[in-house]
Design a protein around this ligand. Structure first.
Ligand code: HEC
Length: 103
């Protein structure tokens, strides 16, 4: 109860734990990244982004729109530059997955 109240005060959604974990990245795309980036990216999302909301699939956004959100949300999440770099690479893999399927 206390946790729910604190989350609401911060203007954040209270999410069931399963919604805090990003979906599994397609193995073919995960293979293009180091396992370290994949696990750290997923952890960063759960800790820094899902603190406020569910996983928004990067593949659902156009390039400019996505990069605009990442700029804005990196500030909201107070990411260090190395954290931001890991998260950008991890989340971009979801985007390339979708584009690869279109061809
Ligand atoms: C402090 C709370 C907070 C944090 C932390 C946060 N967000 Fe957000 N996010 C929001 C809010 C609130 C919105 C709704 C749009 C707005 O008001 O900016 C949003 C919107 C978004 C959207 C657009 C959703 C749509 O409507 O299509 C994306 C994508 C997104 N966030 C990604 C992220 C990512 C990635 C991170 C981690 C780096 C992150 N957010 C961290 C609060 C947060």
């Amino acid at each position: 109860m206390v946790i729910v109240l604190v989350a609401n005060l911060a203007g954040c959604q209270s999410l069931p734990p399963a919604d805090r974990i990003p979906p599994t990245l397609d193995p073919a795309k995960a293979a293009a990244l180091s396992p370290d980036i994949v696990s750290r990216g997923a952890k960063l999302y759960s800790l820094k982004c899902a603190r406020c909301h569910k996983f928004y699939n990067p593949a659902d956004y156009g390039d400019a729109e996505w990069h605009g959100w990442m700029t804005r949300m990196s500030k909201k999440a107070h990411l260090e530059s190395d954290e931001r770099e890991i998260l950008v690479r991890y989340l971009d893999a979801f985007r390339s997955e979708e584009r690869a399927l279109e061809h």
